[in-house]
Design a binder for this molecule. Sequence first.
Ligand code: KG4
Ligand code: ZN
Length: 357
Amino acid sequence: MIVLGIETSCDETAAAVVDDQRRILANVVLSQVDAHRPYGGVVPEIAARAHVEAVDRVVDAAMHESGLNFSDLSGVAATGGPGLIGGVMVGVMTAKALAFTENLPFVAVNHLEAHALTVRLTETVDGQMTPFPYLLLLVSGGHCQLLMVEGIGHYRRLGTTIDDALGEAFDKSAKMLGLGYPGGPLVESRAKDGDDQRFDLPRPMRGRDGCDFSFSGLKTKVRQTIENLPPGDLQDQDVADLCASFQRAAGDVLAERCGNAITMFEDAHPGGGPLVVAGGVAANTYLRGRLEQLAAARGIGFLAPPVALCTDNGAMVAWAGLERLRQGDTDPLDFKPRPRWPLDPDAAPAAFAGVKA
Ligand code: KG4
Ligand code: ZN
């Protein structure tokens, strides 16, 4: 089985081809960062237009890299949501057109499910594809959730952010520090030269029951700390120290909330499954290290996809599409792109979470 996957839900136009032997036959990612950089963040209209201009080329490049023809494919998958709707529409329309003209099944993939299943493409346990269940920390620019992954399409949410996602807090803090966009990788690299003890930043939700997160207070404190520094330009060392202090605070929060989640996961699944981290923020080496330490201390396994497959890519979409297709799930060509698409629609809304849950 061989599937083409298309990802256009945010600021990467990406296409990839994977097979059921867990081989990535092609993986092309075209980042739009240069188009958005002057605005300090992703502008939805610019993103949608850039996807329209690039998607055919990116799909062509992926097919060329794979050395295959469309007729060799078993199906075409695209992110069907959640995400910036203009971009999602571009990927979905492209995949539908290909499915229609090549007479292939179409699969609309939930972007969050694609992040959630990537570890089954890339990592093994005892030489086998990562089995269910596992505990997943999904941390990206739009989400920060803890989920029990019990099967394809079977997710139970243990906690979520009640305000900002962690990636958003990284990006906004980076902007306040004058680092530009995208913020996460820049904060990580500046933190390497910083003193993570210099600034006392809050650890929101620490000590509370459950696994919900909150990051808006942390972000606000970064702003106040900048305002309280001596007037004049931010010094390089101040920026580095704030990045390091921010990252340590984020690490403390993730470790503490994941600690609670491990207890809940072990109650639900005695003896079962590793801690997995996925999503763009999972590319952060420091945070991966903190979670790995936590898992070791709690005596459970730890898995994370390779850094390049944590941020948005087509391989994760192709793989989730393949997993869906393998169990006979396909979508009709009148599938409607979804700006919101929770993985666990039955989860109780988190208190004060508004639309972010
Ligand atoms: O999964 P992703 O590529 O897109 C969404 O689905 O949101 O995640 C993007 C987010 C951005 O907020 C970006 O700043 C963050 O992931 N990110 C990082 C790192 N690389 C990307 N955050 C912290 N450290 C990194 N190295
Ligand atoms: Zn993503």
